[in-house]
Design a protein around this ligand. Structure first.
Ligand SMILES: [Zn+2]
Length: 396
């Protein structure tokens, strides 16, 4: 550990920054320009270069900023990665969710642990990196809409590929209490829309009930769920070991005696291997197109079934020899590796060849909950970790 670092001052700065970040209301889907501009201005003042990528309306933004190596020696750059969005809040909070509140050894606020805490630590450390004789680039990757099926990150990743930033070590700072997470399942979400023909319930043969066809579709999904169990990989590291599937909602119809012309099924699957996702989609699409739709069209040719992809967050696969895991282990002294049941952006970075690990301050236990908090000690642990990265990135 380097001696010239004043960890106390860094801690105070990270709390200040975290307070600012929590103050930006950045619920998934909402405008996050203010938060991103704050981060960009802050980093650019330190001499970082940066670029932004946007959604179609430019309402939501990803930021990728770089503190350049003074003398690059060919070692892999490091990407400190966080999502800027948070899940929504309910009325039952005992503090203002958009105001950081410290009580005892905890800091409360929406996003405090998931995952503005990590972003605040990374930003607090940025001035140190900018004053260090870095032998590798340090990147900051801040994305939008991770919580809604990772909508922002793929746009950023596409740009990284274009700019030939395809190797490195990525630390995704989701709350893991600074433990190494090196794998998780994928998470694919879909909404399937059914359009039939309305009519009076006394004449069922003259209508096409979207609700009834949607129900059969949901039943088929449940059948396929059993198939997924049979496809469990031998050495699966997950709990449960097979790909899961659930129907989260069926919405349609207006009254007992009216044939429903519209219905939608919301469902998701969490594949342990990518092939399961492919298998499931092929099977359910085949059933919709070859069984259900022809039946619907026989009565009403304009009938329709449309499956919309809400998001396909690809899985994060365990890699035995991982530069990212080795880096974290060497800094924390913890060689254990765990898997989690939640999804992250890690698989997206991994997919383009970047060695990736999920490791950040705070606990997932407090994420997405009323009165979300981060333990102040977790912030300190993260700052120590970032200090270790400095040591590993300094010209001797
Ligand atoms: Zn998160």
């Amino acid at each position: 550990m380097s001696t010239e670092i004043n960890l106390e001052k860094l801690f105070d700065n990270s709390i200040k920054i975290l307070t600012d970040l929590i103050g930006f209301r950045t619920i998934s889907g909402e405008d996050n320009n203010n938060l991103i501009n704050y981060c960009e201005e802050y980093l650019n003042k330190l001499g970082a270069t940066s670029f932004k990528t946007f959604d179609d309306e430019k309402k939501r933004v990803n930021l990728f900023a770089t503190i350049k190596a003074k003398k690059p020696n060919g070692i892999k750059p490091i990407i400190l990665s966080g999502h800027t969005d948070t899940v929504p809040v309910s009325k039952s909070w005992s503090t203002d969710p958009f105001k950081a509140t410290i009580k005892g050894d905890k800091l409360y606020g929406r996003g405090s642990c998931d995952m503005k805490g990590f972003i605040a630590c990374a930003l607090a450390f940025a001035p140190i990196y900018s004053q260090t004789n870095l032998n590798r680039d340090i990147h900051f990757s801040f994305t939008f809409d991770e919580e809604t099926a990772c909508l922002g990150a793929p746009i950023l990743i596409k740009e990284l590929k274009k700019r030939n930033i395809k190797e490195g070590i990525c630390i995704v700072g989701e709350p893991t209490k600074m433990k190494i997470i090196d794998a998780h399942k994928g998470c694919y979400e879909y909404t399937t829309y059914f359009e039939g023909l309305a009519g009076h319930s006394s004449m069922p043969h003259k209508g096409v009930s979207a609700v009834e066809f949607a129900t059969r579709y949901a039943n088929k999904l449940i059948e396929l769920r059993e198939e997924l169990k049979k496809r469990v990989p031998k050495d699966s590291i997950f709990d449960p070991p097979f790909s899961t599937l659930q129907v989260g909602g069926i919405f349609g119809g207006i009254a007992h005696n009216v044939i429903a012309d519209k219905c939608r099924v919301e469902w998701e699957t969490r594949p342990v291997v990518k092939e399961d996702g492919v298998f499931l989609n092929q099977q359910i699409d085949k059933y919709a197109n070859e069984v259900l739709l022809p039946e619907m069209k026989k009565i009403f040719p304009q009938s329709n079934i449309r499956k919309e992809i809400i998001g396909e967050v690809i899985g994060f696969d365990r890699v035995e020899k991982s530069d990212a895991c080795e880096l974290v282990s060497s800094l924390t002294g913890d060689n254990s590796r765990e898997v989690v049941s939640f999804g992250t952006e890690a698989g997206l970075f991994q997919e383009i060849g970047i060695s990736t690990v999920v490791c950040g301050p705070g606990s997932i236990e407090q994420a997405h909950k009323v009165d979300e908090f981060i333990e102040l000690n977790e912030i300190k642990k993260c700052l120590n970790f970032l200090n270790g990265i400095k040591s590993k990135s300094t010209i001797n």
